[in-house]
Design a protein around this ligand. Sequence first.
Ligand code: ZN
Ligand code: ZN
Length: 147
Amino acid sequence: MALSQKYRMTHQRRVILEELKKVSSHPTADGVYEMVRLRLPRISLGTVYRNLEILSGCGMIHKLEMGGTQRRFDGNAKNHYHVRCIRCDRLKDVPVEPITAIGDALSGNIDYEIIGHRLEFIGICPQCKKEGQNFNKNVHEMDRKEK
Ligand SMILES: [Zn+2]
Ligand SMILES: [Zn+2]
């Protein structure tokens, strides 16, 4: 009884969950707050933070705590992997099924009870790749002008 009360779906919490599930950008808590505020203008950032913690605590969303500087949230609660752009920190799902055998490879070799794993690919997103090419082109043109 106490548990269901603690995790009861308040209106605010439902809106936060709905908004987070709409996007694939893996927003920060601030980003979620900006989205939710359009529907609930009086909600506070603290309330959004608290509800994100509760939702991730009961497994309805994912809290992503790898690599980047700020904690990000994911409305997709299924186990899946991400690729992070090392230039702009953009985080995207990758079309790869979770590799369950990676846990089997470890079992028996460590005295931990393994409950899962996290995997993040790193790379350069198409946009940053394009900007990098433009940057190189500009430098090249500047070189030519100087000659
Ligand atoms: Zn990028
Ligand atoms: Zn994701």
